[in-house]
Design a protein around this ligand. Structure first.
Ligand code: PMP
Length: 428
């Protein structure tokens, strides 16, 4: 290759000259799947958060001052000391066994039928959604999502080219009569949705919780119509008022006599909101035919979740109850402070949810107000929020917004809500 007689030098190859002449046809190169993804709202939010003085209720980050930094440092050292080179060697795709054993025991306490084979460790809950999409969705399949729903889930599913069908929700989560009517309509058209994606606890974005009675009915309806349930539960531990409700997965295990292999619920949760999101440690609990497919999907995605991170999380498990308690107290205070400010400042005609946990609440403004158009005017007053439209898989929600209370100080909450109220007043 280096100038030997009769060989062509790289520099003489014509494609080398072409590369310099014109940019590749990027637009036509990308798949229809990725071209369908719209990620701009998130990017805009991240940019806005960096402006000094801005009160940003738009992000969805856990409170950084509550990360257990000393314990994470200690756990990292312990993990390395205990496991040596194994902590940085390739690991199994299923995940670190002691962590899976713990999760098998604790995800649905008392369900003895759950074994590590029903637990798949994931690189963040976001990967769980991507790989669930990868194993279930063929192009053109129907996927049911709540209205509104977590935009990151829509972003994960879109590249697999589903048709979304939107299920209405009210203060108690999915409206079951509407879901039943939708399932019946789809059945008449010969369509069985692959799954329904739902966040039953302190939903992102609304902060609402699915009532117990509706949980049971959701299991009835989905079993009747042969629809899987993807239960996304990253906030379930962060309840700060009201009674704990069993997860859909837990209720389903009661119905199957504790046999996870007869459950049609795919349960996803994460350590992102209870320990720290940068550790990227999450899990799926599901029937073995599902976890076996997830293993194949994950092999092609990232082989396994970083071994050291899984070991660190395992070392931190004894700390979890105390850490979750700390988060609950802090988020209860911040939510209470934000609710009091909303009550004090907001004009009539604006309604908001009262979450019993999690990190978010949801505002609905009068019909004629467009929160996307209003955002620059709010930013001028140094407050940002997440526009409601981006949580609607099929459009709508122009007069809604999500507010995140987990990171703001009481002073910032007061200043930010006062600025938001002024902005809304000016629109009315
Ligand atoms: N699901 C929901 C409902 C979320 O709100 C989030 C994070 N915002 C995720 C999944 C993904 O979380 P992670 O990848 O950090 O576990």
């Amino acid at each position: 290759m280096h100038g030997a007689p009769g060989t062509t030098k790289w520099s003489q190859l014509s494609f080398q000259q072409d590369v310099g002449a014109a940019a590749p046809a990027f637009g036509s190169a990308f798949s229809a799947g990725i071209k369908a993804v719209n990620g701009s709202a998130l990017r805009d939010m991240l940019r806005m958060a960096q402006v000094p003085g801005m009160v940003n209720f738009g992000g969805g980050l856990p409170a950084p001052e509550l990360f257990p930094m000393d314990r994470i440092a200690q756990a990292s050292a312990q993990a390395l000391e205990k496991h040596g080179w194994r902590a940085v060697q390739y690991g199994t795709t299923e995940g670190f066994l002691p962590l899976r054993e713990w999760l098998a025991e604790h995800t649905c306490p008392g369900a003895a039928g759950v074994t590590p084979e029903h637990i798949q460790i994931m690189t963040g809950g976001q990967q769980s959604l991507d790989l669930v999409g990868k194993i279930f969705i063929d192009p053109g399949d129907t996927v049911l999502v709540e209205t509104p729903t977590y935009m990151g889930a829509v972003q994960s599913f879109v590249p697999y080219r589903p048709h979304f069908a939107a299920v209405p929700t009210d203060d108690h989560g999915i409206e079951m009569d509407a879901l039943e009517a939708l399932l019946a309509d789809l059945a008449r058209e010969g369509r069985t949705p692959k799954f329904i994606y739902t966040i039953p606890n302190f939903q992102n974005p609304t902060g609402r919780t699915l009532s117990l009675e509706r949980r049971e009915r959701l299991l009835d309806l989905t079993a009747q119509y042969g629809v899987f349930v993807v239960e996304d539960d990253p906030y379930g531990q962060l309840r700060f008022s009201g009674e704990h409700l069993p997860s859909l997965a837990e209720l389903m295990l009661r119905r199957t006599g504790g046999d996870p292999d007869r459950s049609h619920v795919v349960y996803c949760s994460s350590f992102s909101k209870t320990l720290a999101p940068g550790l990227r440690d999450a899990w799926v609990m599901a029937a073995r035919p599902i976890t076996e497919r997830l293993v194949l999907a994950k092999q092609g995605a990232d082989m396994h979740t970083p071994t050291l991170n899984q070991m660190i999380v395992t070392e931190l498990l004894p700390l979890l109850p105390q850490q979750v308690d700390k988060l609950r107290h802090s988020y209860a205070d911040r939510a209470g402070h934000m609710l009091a400010a909303l009550e004090r400042e907001l004009p009539a005609g604006v309604s908001y949810t009262t979450p019993q946990g999690g990190m978010f609440l949801w505002l609905t403004l009068p019909e004629h107000v467009n929160t996307t158009a209003m955002l620059p005017r709010a930013v001028e007053r140094q407050v940002a929020y997440m526009i409601g439209e981006c949580f609607h898989a099929l459009g709508g929600g122009h007069n809604t917004m999500r507010l995140c209370f987990s990171t703001a100080s009481p002073q910032d909450i007061d200043r930010g809500i006062a600025a938001l109220a002024q902005t809304i007043h000016a629109e009315l």
